[in-house]
Design a protein around this ligand. Structure first.
Ligand code: GLV
Length: 385
């Protein structure tokens, strides 16, 4: 018998999903749950290209860009991060990283593995950058690009973007932006900010499954891509992917086999946003989080980010009273209320809770359920200690 490894017993499973109120993944739109079961589409059928066209139009809307080089990477948000860095910065070039959380640390790791020279400028993790600090570093280092996180899910901060692209261009640098946890939940205007390489992901304010990562490149970025000296990895090469995505309207070229459920899911997320329109979606996210913050304050919770204008709409970071364990808090909340939130990640580990109300969950009822459950959890923990 050549079969040496016996077949495992894979049983049917029942899983009671908690209410997903962490920094992501967030709950799906019902339309997304339906969309992932749509029929298989393949790179040799007409419908495949129709779907890609619709996704590109939806992405141009959600990024607020008129750029043609807009598509989605097969892979989670990290694929978007790696694609943007790998396509726009070559080995030996300098990438300046504006650091305040865990995602800039990831950018640093990725860039170093690609042979890129990395320089880091920091602010305390519960704040964001002013233009002066960035300008000083751009002037001093003359990097090929600046990497900055718009919404940071590890710290719950949102970076003000006005003038940043213009500043980078003054010093010959491209602007690379992580919008994984902000796009579709917090206002973002790619063209107005003159951002050059922007990536996002679908499991946050998009309210879809992780596994496909929207990316957009400006005309400045396109120029760099067309004139660069280095070859990025084959899988992440946006020049080749642009042909598969028919970005310029005249190519239908096979690059790799994309996941049909992911394409259908992303299309459904974009349909939700386009039907509602961005101003309505942003207002919904802002109103539910403002309500959540009010309820938290009434219960005496404290925020990790002191300045309200630096607090991200989609993810709130909360500081617990001294002596209350963060991991235990999330476990009790899950156990008693079947709600999932997360503790800090990277620099905020053991220092903050990360609570997300976004996308399909951006509703006052969710904010109320969550605030009440968090208050009950804290009382339970304080009374048993
Ligand atoms: C993951 O995306 C996180 O924010 O922890």
């Amino acid at each position: 018998d050549k079969i040496k490894v016996p077949a495992p017993k894979i049983q049917n499973r029942q899983f009671v999903k908690p209410l997903l109120c962490g920094p992501g993944p967030c709950d799906y739109w019902p339309s997304v749950t339906e969309a992932v079961a749509y029929p298989c589409i393949t790179p040799n059928c007409e419908e495949f290209y129709n779907v890609l066209d619709e996704i590109r139009a939806g992405l141009q809307y959600i990024f607020q860009t008129q750029s043609k080089l807009v598509l989605a990477m097969s892979g989670a948000g990290h694929a978007g991060m790696e694609a943007v860095i790998n396509n726009l910065v070559g080995p030996g070039e300098t990438l300046l990283i504006a650091a305040r959380g865990v995602w800039d640390q990831r950018a640093e790791i990725i860039a170093k593995r690609l042979g890129i020279k990395v320089e880091v400028t920091r602010v305390p993790m519960n704040t964001t950058f002013g233009l002066e600090q960035i300008e000083t570093e751009l002037k001093r280092l003359r990097p090929a690009a600046l990497f900055i996180t718009h919404g940071d899910s590890s710290t719950g901060t949102v970076q003000k973007m006005d003038g940043l692209g213009q500043l980078c261009h003054k010093y010959g640098a491209l602007l690379l932006v992580d919008t994984v946890v902000s796009l579709g939940g917090h206002p973002f205007f790619m063209d107005e900010y003159e951002a050059d390489g922007v990536f996002s992901s679908t499991q946050k304010a998009f309210s879809g499954p992780a596994g496909i990562s929207p990316v957009a490149f400006s005309t400045r970025a396109e120029e760099k891509i067309n004139n660069r000296k280095h070859e990025p990895s084959f899988y992440f090469d946006v020049k080749l992917l642009a042909k598969q995505w028919n970005c310029y309207g005249d190519t239908r070229v096979y690059h790799h086999t994309m996941s049909p459920p992911m394409l259908w899911a992303l299309r459904a997320c974009l349909q939700e946003v386009s039907n509602a329109t961005l101003p309505v979606v942003w207002a919904r996210n802002a109103a539910s989080t403002a309500h959540f913050h009010k309820r938290l304050q009434e219960y005496g919770f404290e925020f990790f980010v002191p300045k309200p204008e630096e607090r991200l709409t989609t993810v709130t970071t909360v500081v617990l009273p001294k002596g209350v364990n963060y991991l235990e808090f999330t476990a009790v909340l899950r156990e008693k209320h079947n709600i999932l939130i997360l503790e800090g990640r990277g620099p905020t580990e053991g220092k903050a809770l990360r609570v997300g109300i976004m996308g399909a969950n951006a509703r006052t009822e969710v904010a109320d359920i969550l605030a009440d459950a968090m208050a009950d959890t804290l009382n339970t923990m304080l009374s048993s200690s």
